[in-house]
Design a binder for this molecule. Structure first.
Ligand SMILES: [Zn+2]
Length: 257
């Protein structure tokens, strides 16, 4: 077909045919290289970076809510509002990476009504959170809280994991490193202060069927951190650091089982 046309239309079409073939040849070459490359590097880091993201679920659990304000300061700043704000920021961060994100709450509410057990309001609220996490079988989950102390000097982000949980500890440690880098070093320009990981027998860590962490993102009772916990950029940075920590943990091959 092309040959005939080129004859009838003299040289121009011939030139066109060669050009077209060159493009096709280049395209075929690129496709071939991609196929060979993928076959060779299938098990390398390059192709594994994005492997975990396809449809994997992360549950984000902003602590307290509704009638339960959590801890507070004298000005009426409530833990539950900071938790939800950072939780929603973390959700956004994770969605961008392609995760499926499930929140235990997306508004200012407590969850006891969703529990079927006969217990105190506080217990039923925690039971509902546990049930949401277990029934959705996520890769992992993060509960978000704000700390308080009788001492105004107490400060820092603390990541809690269930005692004896290897995966929980690895996730906690990954988030700790990420917080040190992205919050303390790069954001607050303080490379001497460090986040901390702590084993703790918290209900949510004990009663859930997969490894997860509870992050206390700062002390409402520390004047410096009180201000930071009301700062949009800081809260976004904390959410970013938690996300980075989760990704590093998953890249290391954990969270599969
Ligand atoms: Zn709390």
């Amino acid at each position: 077909m092309w040959g005939q046309h080129s004859c009838a239309m003299k040289r121009k079409p011939v030139f066109y045919v060669i050009k077209l073939n060159k493009k096709l040849l280049l395209l075929a070459g690129v496709v071939l290289l991609l196929i060979i490359g993928r076959a060779i590097f299938r098990n390398s880091i390059v192709f594994n970076i994005f492997k975990y993201q396809k449809g994997e679920t992360i549950v984000v659990d902003p602590g307290h809510g509704g009638i339960d304000g959590g801890t507070s300061d004298k000005t009426g700043l409530l833990e539950k509002d900071i938790n939800l704000d950072v939780g929603l920021k973390l959700k956004k961060e994770l969605l961008v990476e392609g995760f499926r994100v499930l929140m235990t709450r997306e508004k200012d509410e407590s969850l006891e009504e969703r529990s079927k057990i006969d217990s105190s309001r506080y217990r039923r609220d925690l039971d509902a959170r546990k049930t949401i996490i277990n029934e959705n079988n996520p890769t992992t989950y993060v509960s978000i809280h704000v700390n308080s102390s009788p001492s105004s000097k107490a400060k820092g982000i603390k990541i809690y994991y269930y005692p004896g949980s290897t995966e929980g500890e690895m996730l906690a440690d990954s988030i700790r490193q990420s917080v040190d880098t992205y919050v303390y070093e790069k954001y607050l320009k303080d490379d001497t202060f460090k986040a901390e990981i702590i084993p703790e027998d918290y209900f949510i860590l004990r009663e859930t069927e997969m490894a997860g962490v509870l992050v206390e993102i700062g002390f409402i009772t520390n004047p410096e951190e009180n201000k930071l916990l009301q700062n949009e950029r800081y809260k976004r940075r904390v959410a970013y650091a938690i996300k980075k920590g989760i990704i590093e943990y998953l890249k290391s091959g954990q969270g599969d089982g």
